[in-house]
Ligand binder design. Structure first.
Ligand code: AQP
Length: 350
């Protein structure tokens, strides 16, 4: 079956949207609008897999959902040409996740490293939702039969699981797909991860071996999209480095994770390669490179922060974007779900 090329991706409304989310995911969301039909989702149902203090509970969640939506729009996503909505407004995500729960195998989920990291030592106390997170993510993507998924490096394993689920569903229900006239047995596409650019894994400013993350206890580990110029400058000046000058060639970054990270951030924000950045700054001290990085970060992020502030001050407008997006998403999702019910053998009203 020839699939219409469609992009789907999501961001959790768990607060502190940071430079890693921006460079690893949102920048590519913006780019892909030029070539694809795109669906971008604020995945609020994923957010509630963590304890309430992480996502802010019932009063914090709407604020965080609007903030991610505002970041999408401020970064350049066009919610009229494409679709922007919050996951919980489209019931198909949960419905398809249930069917996929019956397709995915426990052994597959047991291999997911993100669950191990997020559950930590107290695994028995983690929510069932956190364990099942990758199955819901597969449903998010395949509900729209999306073919391309722009994500950061950390989501690669989840994307592989989504591909396995699509393939097993197509195999398990191949005869039914054919007898219902829904194609040659390939009902769900194999979604392709789109992990590209010099910043697919932005690291913590305090430790170049750890991912920049919303949940890091230290705010100095990340640059938030809402940080003002002073805060950005403070965080970059305090960022961990080593005593050597910057190398002149990229291979000199191999054993220097902090230097590699800062050069990668500069490269991504200036649309250049790391080699080009090192041609300009290699051999120099970190202090002058950091000054240039502060200037670049502020120039790129300040307009986004200002726009986010303007948008979040108008929650009525942001909600209207999400409601309109959810209506358009529902139309696509309803089609997939009707066919999926027929394929599985569920009786439905016609
Ligand atoms: N450090 C990162 N570098 C590059 N890309 C990143 N992403 C996240 N961190 C980095 C990408 O951002 C998108 C949205 O992520 P999410 O909201 O689903 O959150 P997450 O993947 O769980 O990562 P966070 O933001 O760091 O949160 P916590 O602290 O909860 O782990 C995804 O495409 C992700 O790859």
């Amino acid at each position: 079956m020839a699939f219409v090329e469609r992009v789907f991706s999501g961001v959790q409304p768990t607060g502190n949207l940071h430079l890693g989310n921006y460079l690893g995911a949102i920048v590519n969301f913006v780019k892909m609008q030029e070539t694809h039909n795109c669906i971008y989702c604020v995945v609020d149902m994923h957010a509630i897999t963590m304890p309430t203090d992480v996502w802010g509970g019932p009063t914090g969640l709407p604020r965080a959902t609007r903030e991610v939506t505002a970041a999408f729009i401020a970064a350049g996503i066009d919610p009229k040409k494409h679709i922007v909505f919050n996951q919980s407004q489209v019931s198909g995500h949960a419905e398809l996740a249930w069917i996929f729960n019956c397709v995915a195998r426990i052994g597959w989920l047991n291999r997911m490293t993100q669950f191990k990291e997020k559950a930590g030592k107290d695994r028995e106390n983690a929510s069932v939702g956190l364990y099942d997170y990758p199955v819901l993510m597969a449903a998010d993507i395949l509900l729209y039969r999306a073919t391309h998924v722009p994500v950061g490096e950390d989501q690669k394993q989840h994307l592989e699981l989504a591909r396995d689920i699509a393939q097993k569903f197509n195999n398990d229900f191949g005869d039914s797909i054919r007898s219902n006239g829904f194609g040659d047995g390939l009902f769900f596409p194999q979604p392709e991860p789109f992990i590209t650019g010099p910043a697919t894994r932005v690291m913590s400013l305090r430790d170049g071996t750890k991912k920049m993350s919303k949940s890091d206890a230290s705010d100095y580990s990340r640059i938030n999209l809402t940080d003002d110029a002073d805060m950005i400058a403070q965080k970059i000046r305090k960022a961990k480095t080593d005593p050597e000058p910057l190398p002149t060639e990229e291979k000199g970054l191999e054993t220097r994770p902090e230097a590699d990270n800062l050069v990668g951030i500069y490269a991504a924000l200036s649309n250049r390669s790391k080699a080009e950045v090192l041609r300009e700054f290699g051999g120099g001290q970190f202090s002058s490179f950091k000054n240039a990085l502060v200037e670049l970060c502020v120039a790129k992020l300040a307009p986004i922060a200002a726009d986010m502030k303007r948008l979040t001050a108008d929650p009525g407008y942001v909600d209207s974007v999400l409601i309109d997006g959810a209506e358009r998403a529902t139309a696509i999702a309803a089609e997939t779900m009707a066919m999926t019910r027929d394929i599985v053998g569920f009786i439905r009203k016609r």
